[in-house]
Design a protein around this ligand. Structure first.
Ligand code: APR
Length: 264
């Protein structure tokens, strides 16, 4: 028995009755993998304050200086970087991969850059803030995965240049001040338009454009389900609210869904 058993049942029924379910994932989803969140009282921003919001503009203003700074930071990941390096998927990530396999999760829109959904086996993942294991050209949006060779890149001093368009190649992670890559944004809006149910998983839904997505689903008559130990500004609009960690709740929720769809 848990305090949210009734909510668990409601949530499972909403998911099974829906025709197109997507999830909006935030930092809370990876908290149980050892990666700190940003807000919520014990987050990185709460502790250290927000970082400067003009990182991307400084790159564009002086790419050589940016590349030199990046080169100097290599091998000194810092606490957050180290947590990302050491992180493994938690039961919440595996549960979402299972919900996809059951055919009751059509897409994950993640704000996390940690690649843990892919490691857990999810395939339909839109990474709105990028993926820390990839490189991307800021000109043509060509990407290189961690297994792809970077041999083709043209080095101009410390700056890697794209062989296709001569654009600057940087980490795929979206920097503060950088526009969300158009190709990922289009996938996200396309998924949001189709959804009649959205799971809000470990997000304060405080940062746009991602924060707009639940509102769009709700306005289109869709239903929202929240899994978060803390209340958010979207809680009242949800059909079910599970006040507990995603790593604890999601395996139970997927078990409930599997029971509901099991042939009788
Ligand atoms: N399970 C579920 N939710 C959790 C857990 C957990 N184990 N632990 C904390 N949370 C919740 C917190 O209550 C909070 O509401 O996760 C949320 C994390 O919120 P934020 O730190 O604001 O993270 P997020 O919503 O992903 O932030 C969006 O802001 O700073 C930028 O680019 C950064 O992608 C990030 C974006």
């Amino acid at each position: 028995m848990t305090v949210y058993d009734d909510q668990l049942d409601i949530a499972a029924r909403v998911i099974v009755e829906a025709s197109y379910v997507i999830a909006l994932v935030g930092a809370g989803m990876s908290k149980e993998s050892g990666i700190p969140t940003f807000r919520g009282g014990d987050g990185l921003w709460d502790k250290h304050g927000q970082p400067p919001m003009d990182g991307y503009q400084r790159l564009l203003a002086d790419p050589e200086k940016w590349a030199a700074e990046r080169a100097a930071q290599q091998g000194q990941p810092g606490d957050w970087g180290k947590a990302l390096d050491d992180a493994q998927p938690n039961p919440g990530h595996y549960a979402l991969a299972e919900l996809e396999r059951l055919g009751h999760l059509q897409c994950i829109i993640t704000q996390n850059i940690d690649n843990l959904h892919h490691v857990a086996g999810s395939t339909a993942v839109a990474e709105i803030h990028g993926n820390r294991t990839k490189q991307r050209c800021i000109g043509c949006m060509r990407r290189w995965g961690s297994d792809d060779s970077l041999d083709g890149l043209v080095m101009e001093g410390n700056i890697p240049r794209c062989p296709d368009c001569d654009g600057i190649v940087k980490g795929d992670t979206v920097m503060f001040g950088e526009p969300i890559p158009q190709d990922v944004l289009e996938v996200c809006f396309d998924q949001v338009r189709q959804a009649d149910c959205m799971l809000l998983l470990g997000t304060s839904a405080a940062v746009v454009p991602a924060a707009e997505f639940p509102v769009m689903v709700y306005r289109n008559g869709g239903r929202l389900i929240e899994v978060n130990p803390q209340e958010t500004h979207l809680s009242e609009a949800c059909s079910a609210v599970l006040r507990a960690p995603t790593g604890e709740v999601l395996p139970k929720l997927v078990e409930h869904v599997a029971e509901l769809i099991a042939p009788r």
